[in-house]
Design a protein around this ligand. Structure first.
Ligand SMILES: C[S@@+](CC[C@H](N)C(=O)[O-])C[C@H]1O[C@@H](n2cnc3c(N)ncnc32)[C@H](O)[C@@H]1O
Length: 419
């Protein structure tokens, strides 16, 4: 049979009799797939492998060798006895009775082939690859992973088939610090399934360009001191769009529950009877320092850290340069927060780093001390979004100047993440 002679189709075997000849692992796999499709499976084999034995509650097992009459009434057959002569007989009987049969002993003569199948939710993709089963499996795996990560679209277009999500729902998705590949697999997939995306100014905005033309994008991004869409209105948008039956993704920067007002959005949804799911994200509080080679804790330097908004009072933050302080939204309030941290016992020599636009092409790192950083930030016109890190851990950064750095932690040249 020429390989191009295939006719791809999808059989609906629900309730129809299917015959499997053989009791080994291959037969068991095929029987299981047929059962999953709802077929009434008869399995003919004198002995069963463990895998086949696990299925005996769900199919009819004839504990004997194959007989020609087994083919009567079958709509579909699988010859997987492991004995080429038996499989050839099964296939010949199937042919005579016009039953489609997969012959596992003679792929070239087989009337039907079993494709490699990727199943993700209710989507099934079947792959035949020029008669090369391993190639088919490799392609199947790549497709499956792309569907699972949302690189390939899973969203439904026929709403009448959308029984599961008919009520609409909201997913609060933590998008991470902005790089398209720092969102979680789950977040990416929900984004690919969304009908409506309510987007922030921060987060992986590059992914918005991949959305289908049918997806409605509502921009609600805030900048410090400028909230064009108030939080109450954002909550109302989420509820309203979900109540229309849409799958709504609220795409947020970092993690939804870290200074992200995700809690309020989740409560608003629940109070209005809207299903809401929260997908954690990579928070900028930890990841943006890492982009500058700064671990927020480090053996021998810091055992704990405090993450706090620059708008908050810092008097109660534990003192000592061995306790890391991470400030979000801290640029505008630097004049106030830096003297407070210094007065609380850290001293003017405590290292400080400010990382602007973490993970973006225009990422910039300014490193100094509590005594120098305000002037450096002014001179360098440091802007939000930025994360401020205060404490001895800054010394670990390969970008730290020689007078602050601890030699054995690396150098700018060895820090490939920034190259
Ligand atoms: C409203 S908070 C949201 C924090 C977010 N939920 C998180 O977990 O990262 C916004 C602040 O996060 C910080 N931020 C977020 N992404 C950043 C990035 N890529 N680079 C630097 N700072 C960032 C900045 O301090 C910014 O002002």
């Amino acid at each position: 049979m020429a390989i191009v002679d295939l006719f791809p189709t999808s059989l609906r075997l629900l309730g129809r009799p299917a015959l499997v000849v053989g009791g080994g692992p291959v037969a068991a796999r095929r029987a299981k797939a047929l059962l999953d499709a709802g077929a009434r499976v008869t399995l003919v084999a004198p002995v069963l492998s463990d895998a086949a034995r696990e299925l005996t509650d769900f199919l009819s097992w004839e504990a004997r060798g194959y007989r020609g009459t087994d083919m009567d009434h079958a709509w579909f057959a699988v010859a997987a006895s492991g004995n080429p002569a038996v499989d050839a007989r099964v296939a010949a009987d199937a042919e005579a009775q016009r039953v489609w049969c997969v012959n596992h002993s003679h792929a070239d003569d087989s009337a039907a082939w079993t494709p490699a199948v990727a199943t993700v939710e209710d989507v099934k993709v079947a792959v035949n690859a020029g008669g090369d089963p391993l190639r088919a499996v490799a392609i199947r795996n790549a497709i499956k992973s792309s569907l699972e990560t949302g690189e390939l679209p899973l969203g439904r277009f026929r709403r009448d088939l959308d029984k599961l999500d008919h009520r609409g729902s909201v997913a609060l998705v933590g998008g991470g610090p902005g790089a398209a590949d720092l969102i979680t697999v789950r977040g990416r997939r929900l984004l690919a399934e969304a009908d409506v995306v309510v987007a922030d100014r921060l987060g992986p905005r590059g992914l918005l360009a991949d959305l289908g033309g049918h997806v409605k994008v509502i921009e609600v991004g805030k900048t410090p001191g400028h909230h064009p869409v108030p939080q109450t209105e954002i909550n109302a948008i989420l509820v309203r769009e979900a109540q229309k039956g849409n799958r709504v993704v609220r795409l947020k920067g970092g993690d939804p529950y870290v200074l992200g007002r995700g809690g309020e959005e989740a409560i608003a949804c629940r109070e209005n009877g809207v299903d809401v799911e929260v997908v954690p994200g990579v928070t900028s509080a930890v990841s943006v320092p890492a982009a500058a080679g700064i671990p927020v804790t480090h053996r021998g330097l810091a055992k704990a850290f405090t993450m706090v908004s620059g708008h908050e009072e810092l008097d109660n933050v534990p003192a000592g340069s061995d306790h890391t302080v991470v400030l979000l939204m801290g640029v505008g309030t630097l004049n106030r927060s830096i003297p407070t941290l210094q007065a609380a016992g850290r001293g003017p020599d405590c290292p400080v780093a400010i990382i602007e636009n973490g993970f973006a092409k225009n990422q910039r790192v300014t490193i100094g001390t509590l005594g120098t950083i305000v002037a450096q930030a002014q001179a360098g016109r440091v802007r939000n979004p930025a994360v401020v890190v205060v404490g001895d851990v800054v010394r670990v950064s390969p970008l730290a100047p020689a007078e602050l750095a601890t030699a054995h932690y690396g150098t700018r040249e060895t820090f490939s993440a920034l190259s």
